[in-house]
Ligand binder design. Structure first.
Ligand code: FAD
Length: 826
């Protein structure tokens, strides 16, 4: 290679800047010119949503390098605001144009590297060019989005597309206190994972107050007086102040195509394993190229920063005379979605099915670290592997903590060609705050290897949902777990009773066993198989069953619990003395900073993740918490072991259930039903109603909220919905607030100033917003009933209400109120 190679690089961000820096490290003599159409080079495009959301506060931190620093440190001639308009391959020249003054000139090259990235896909939606509709790709895009948000202060937004950028922007906008309608055309967000993994994200988005519309598309966008209206395929209209379009990207290949370089069937530049295009002196990298899939071997597009950076390095090596090979991309990715993380590597099940490859899968739901160390949280890990040799083909995980580490370990395992047997033997870093002696990755390996060794056979959720005549479903969980819901038709024999009660099972039928997450099902299967039964274990337990089928299991009627050997029931008896309990481990929920009903909601949710007899330690700064937690324990059969104030916070230690379960209170059905009539449409009153409803639901109550007259406004969709109305109905509709975000304070509203103040205080004190409270109430099973008579009187149509609302009349309300023991009128 000529010592003074003229290396020209087009595109100055991930792939291009990496190539330039690497080139200088290889050759001090090369003349390196970096051409960038935009005003910035080497910026952190992955960080843009976090600046918009306010997590990154200093804009300068996004600019990893500048033209000056690249020249000072690496003597790279950087030309920003300069567009490469054509390539003269015969003359080996790149023709460029200054974006600022239109000047044109050409640059000679010996070797050329293209890293022009990708363009956001523009879906064919009429009105996409309206002001206020944005895509996010560059610093310039980010700046105009931030400027628009700061200037117009929209209260609601629409995000089109639920991929990485759509999800990150949804979080960013919510972080700025803006309502989000997230519209996704398919049945799931984050299309790079399988549906049952995405369902956790759906729940989480709803709990964060996101108006998630799956299997819905935006059909048109209109603008009137600065207000945008997105019309949905469902016929509804959503009014908003800003729309973010994030439906994917396509390779930017105009320059390459015009220069006669080969473009592949997927629309990307064709390169060989040395990142060389069809012209031996031109290389291409990043989002613009088609790559070979490391696991599947097929050609694909994987627009991610890691591959772009590594390809940039490899292209620079080869352009300057070295020989480096790119081995393909495996699609390792990760995304933060509010408090959850979703990650993936290798092939997903959808792709394996599409390409017709043989595969097997397992689901495990381990904790991120030792359960007894505070803050442990469960994750769902799905492992796909070759049923013949156990080779790992792909993995996906979702959870609040520890997902990144497991996906990275599994990404390395795939690179190393490891099998599930290798996963069993991986020695991974362990101490209680970080992991478990059997790490989730080992654990997934054990489960998969057990299947391949023939120790257990598995059955998937789809089959259990539709059992045959010659199959019996067996639930081996404990009583209190069964009370939370069961698969219809299942026979219940707890695992520890199975040996004694094995005679109750038919030996001419196949037994489909399940437990909560799969472990006890496996143990039951081992027992049954050795006793001659045909038996399979439900893959991932009932937790995966719910995610796959979308069916919440049927809640079984409350078992009657005898309190003594004679079988006589003892209602209402709760042991007072904690000393009777064996406290096996404690998990800490740090709810400090959360306002009512946040802490008690956390308790209700976290108690699900511990076993009977284990304890939950809860820290809270909410003064109402101590009264709440006492009442909650009383009505749910859990035991308050300790209640104390220390170091500026309150501490409660709760023991789940009790080994003295025979003494557990059998709650009177009446005590579990609450009705709330929401007559008022005032923000403060409706908020109070939802705080009570959420609290009651978290204490296990069956809550019905009945919305009548002005209260109906809280249930209206924020956007304008096109429905047929007469003149009076239209006038009513215009005068009344549209949805929870538009309600006013009953007192001291002061033209909205008081309302803004109270909302700010709520945000600061971490009280969920009203839309979030509504979403969490719905997620907790609170029934929201719209009074059909009031709807008729006020001209409010069904389509104008948010999803999940039932319509009902007075009889329905009275029926529910009659069986309840609390009835509030707000
Ligand atoms: P880019 O980094 O996009 O650079 C291409 C550059 O080429 C552009 O600046 C463009 O202006 C310039 N250019 C194009 N044509 C010309 C021309 N004719 N003349 C001169 N210049 C030209 N990936 C991850 O792995 N993780 C993430 O968390 C992540 N988050 C992201 C968040 C956002 C908001 C965005 C937009 C992307 C994110 N990505 C993420 C994707 C990642 O940024 C890309 O895969 C990566 O930047 C691709 O690198 P590239 O060099 O191919 O293209």
């Amino acid at each position: 290679m000529d010592k003074e190679t003229r290396l020209v690089i087009i595109g100055g961000v991930a792939g291009g800047a990496s190539a330039a820096a690497r080139a200088r490290r290889i050759s001090e003599d090369a003349q390196i010119t970096l051409i960038e159409r935009g005003g910035y080079v080497s910026f952190a495009n992955c960080g843009l949503p976090y600046y918009i959301g306010g997590t990154i506060t200093d804009r300068k931190r996004l600019l990893v390098q500048t033209p000056d620093s690249l020249y000072a440190n690496l003597r790279i001639d950087v030309r920003v605001n300069t567009e490469a308009v054509s390539i003269d391959r015969a003359a080996k020249k790149v023709n460029v144009r200054s974006v600022t003054d239109g000047t044109r000139y050409s640059i000679d090259y010996d070797k050329l590297i293209l890293s022009p990235g990708a363009m956001p896909v523009k879906p064919p939606i009429p009105g996409l060019d309206n002001d206020g509709v944005f895509a996010l790709r560059s610093i310039e895009d980010m700046d105009v989005i931030v400027e628009s948000l700061d200037r117009y202060k929209p209260t609601h937004s629409v995000v089109i597309g639920g991929g990485y950028i759509g999800l990150e922007m949804t979080e960013a906008l919510r972080q700025r206190g803006i309502g989000v309608t997230l519209v996704e055309q398919t049945a799931q967000v984050m299309g790079t994972v399988d549906y049952e993994i995405a369902t956790s994200l759906h729940q989480h988005l709803l709990s964060k107050g996101v108006d998630l519309r799956l299997e819905t598309s935006v059909t048109s966008i209109t603008s009137e007086d600065g207000r945008l209206t997105a019309r949905l395929s469902t016929g509804e209209e959503v009014n908003c102040g800003i729309i973010i379009v994030s439906v994917g990207v396509r390779p930017e290949v105009t320059l390459a195509r015009d220069a006669g370089l080969e473009i592949g069937p997927l629309g990307g530049i064709v390169v060989d394993e040395y990142m060389r295009t069809s012209d031996p002196d031109i290389f291409a990298v990043g989002d613009a190229v088609e790559v070979s899939h490391y696991v599947g071997g097929f050609q694909t597009l994987i627009p991610l920063a890691g591959p772009a950076n590594r390809q940039g390095r490899i292209a620079a090596d080869n352009a300057l005379g070295r020989s480096s090979k790119y081995e393909g991309s495996q699609g390792t990715g990760i995304c933060k979605v509010f408090d959850m993380t979703v990650g993936m590597t290798g092939l997903n099940e959808k792709t394996l099915r599409k390409i017709g490859s043989a595969y097997e899968k397992v689901y495990v739901h381990p904790l991120n670290h030792a359960g007894y160390y505070p803050g442990a949280s469960p994750m769902t890990l799905k492992l796909l592997f070759d049923p013949n040799d156990g080779k790992v083909l792909g993995a996906q995980a979702v959870g609040t903590d520890g997902v990144d580490k497991r996906i990275d370990v599994l990404a390395v395992a795939i690179r190393a060609g490891m099998t599930v047997f290798d996963l069993e033997n991986l020695e991974l870093a362990y101490a209680p705050p970080y992991g478990s002696a059997k790490d989730p990755v080992n654990y997934a390996g054990f489960v998969a290897a057990n299947i391949l060794r023939g120790d257990v056979q598995i059955v998937n959720a789809e089959e259990v949902a539709n059992p045959r005549e010659d199959q019996v479903i067996l639930d081996v969980r404990k009583d209190f777990e069964v009370a939370t819901g069961t698969i219809p038709g299942a026979v219940h024999i707890p695992l520890d009773e199975l040996r004694d009660r094995i005679g109750e099972l038919p030996n001419d039928k196949e037994i489909l066993v399940y437990c909560q997450v799969g472990l006890r099902g496996y143990l039951a299967c081992r027992l049954l198989t050795q006793k001659g039964f045909r038996c399979r274990n439900l893959n991932g337990g009932i937790k995966t069953y719910i995610a796959v089928t979308g069916n919440a299991p049927k809640v079984a009627p409350k078992p009657s619990v005898p309190c003594n050997d004679s079988g006589v029931e003892c209602p209402g008896l709760i042991p007072e003395k904690a000393s009777a309990l064996s406290v096996s481990s404690s998990r800490v929920v740090d709810a400090r900073g959360l306002q009512c009903p946040g802490p008690i909601m956390q308790v209700a949710s976290e108690i699900q993740n511990i076993k009977e007899g284990e304890t939950l330690t809860v820290l809270s700064t909410d003064p109402a918490f101590m009264t709440d937690v006492r009442a909650w324990c009383h009505s749910t059969g859990n035991v308050l072991v300790e209640a104390a104030a220390e170091d500026g916070h309150f501490k409660a230690v709760i023991s789940k259930g009790a080994p003295v379960q025979a003494h557990r209170a059998i709650p009177d059905e009446r005590n579990k039903k609450k009705t709330i009539v929401v007559f008022s449409g005032d923000f403060d009153k409706v908020t109070a109603a939802f705080i009570i409803a959420n609290g009651a639901a978290s204490m296990g109550s069956d809550v019905t909220m009945f919305f009548t007259f002005w209260g109906l406004n809280a249930l209206r969709r924020p956007g304008k919905v096109r429905v047929t109305k007469n003149l009076i109905e239209k006038m009513f509709g215009m005068m009344m607030p549209r949805g929870a975000d538009r309600l006013k304070l009953s007192k001291m509203n002061m033209g909205g100033i008081g309302l803004a103040m109270i909302k700010r205080i709520m945000r600061r004190k971490k009280v969920p917003s009203l839309p979030e409270l509504i979403a969490s109430a719905q997620a907790a099973g609170v029934k929201l009933v719209a009074c059909s008579m009031s709807m008729d009187l006020m001209g409010i149509k069904r389509e104008e209400l948010i999803d999940g609302i039932e319509e009902g009349g007075v009889a329905m309300y009275l029926d529910r109120a009659e069986v309840g023991n609390v009835n509030l009128f707000i």
